[in-house]
Design a protein around this ligand. Sequence first.
Ligand code: COI
Length: 353
Amino acid sequence: MTQELTVQLAGTKREKPDQANLGFGRIFTDHMFMMDYTEGQGWHDARIVPYQPIALDPSAMVFHYGQTVFEGMKAYLTKEGRVFLFRPEKNMERLNRSNERLCIPQIDGDYAIEGLKKLIDIDREWIPTAEGTSLYVRPFIIATEPFLGVAPAKNYTFMIIMSPVGLYYKEGIAPVKILVENDFVRAVKGGTGEAKTGGNYAASLKGQEIASEKNYSQVLWLDGVERKYIEEVGSMNVFFKIDGEVITPELNGSILHGVTRDSVIQLLKHWNIPVAERRISMDEVAEAYRNGKLEEAFGTGTAAIISPIGEFLWNDEKMVLNGGKTGELSKRIYDTITSIQKGAQKDEFGWIT
Ligand code: COI
């Protein structure tokens, strides 16, 4: 797809936020990228415009049946003043996999990355540089056709918005407390768990709300059939270190193909640390804990990168890991990935654009 990208710059630039208090996802840069899809015509009208509200028909299909997909990635400004993106082609690949599942037309990932580069260049002053900060990039697609029938829409809009962010979890790299969820499930095989689509996140809210009331940060999701095998933690992939081996649930059709998950597996292999992608049950984790073999557990995702787990509550059994402190491996992975992302460490993996 080769189409012209038009640029309309904002008349006034907004004041940049205090980098010490960015939080996550509440502040947006001056511009955004948009393009539209019309059946028969394909994607068209690629443009960068000032960040602003958009007008949609109340009958736009996204509001009714949730036909939408999104991605998340991060941009960093290196000490040398270069802008680094972490594995953006993986996100575009996954966006198209999500599109396939949600019956949304494919986008040209390379073209979207070119649009993103231009957008970041225009808003590069918004990339924060304080420790632990980055520019979070949120590409997403919504079904815009005004129609109440249940069918794939004929019109869509693809957008990229960007937000200077600090830590996703207020705990940062400090361990979080996790409640093992026995009642609600996040996804089932054959469902939409592999797709990055809004409905998965909406479905996760109730369990999350109940966990918060009990003073737990996140829930550990078990499989939707037997409620036995571990799937994800909160909105992240999950890893366990048991007796020297690192185990993460295999991609079984209901688990998100995490870009950070993939990067962690590559890193572990590079370090010659045994790593397995396989089914792992809560029984196995609890057994390892009781035998003193559960060394660490952590979540992985773009937003938080690594989120160590300090405690699990499963039924009535409380398991405290590492005395509630951040494990050595969690810290090593976090430091390595963030150093590569910021250009402070050589990228031996070809992850940086
Ligand atoms: C991530 O961990 O990057 C996520 O997908 C969370 C996001 C929904 C904010």
